[in-house]
Write a new protein. Sequence first.
Length: 193
Amino acid sequence: MRTHDLASTSRAKTTGFTVLAPRGWSEAGAEGRSSLAADLIVEHEPDTAIVRIDGWIRFLHIVRRWRERPGDPGDPWHEVLEHSLELTALVPGASSRREIAVGGERSLTKSDDGAFVVSERTPLRVAIATAAAAIAPCRSRLRVVVDNVTPLDTSASRETVLRSSLVGAHLILSASGGRFALRQPRPPEIVLA
């Protein structure tokens, strides 16, 4: 777990990190978006019928922690916990969608001085959808969508929204039996190793 200051999360928008807020929050016109999509072209050899795509959705989940003693609730601080959710798709293949529950735990740990350290992870719901279809011989279009479908009251505080968000969300994809193609011709000065 890494220590994290909630105030610094507002910088995520300007440093290129993707914060996926709960869908209801985004649809209500609040700041942020709830989904991340990747549209790719997959190529394969004529003798390969199916290309297997393996992937990972990686993000940080903000954890609220505080020390608690009888009569002293303590001041909370925040840390982040790394998550990696797996996905698999077959190209060309049928569309699929699944939802995954993450978090929702509360734990107590007794420290040496008799105080309890409380850790609380807001429950998240992450939807992963894939769709692949042949568009030409040996070429298919793949779409991967990650959506934060965590239920959340639209009047929730910014801190609650951040604890219900996927912070720094990104996709990592690999193809077995095929390759990802560039949509536009590659400039001649760029050489792929």
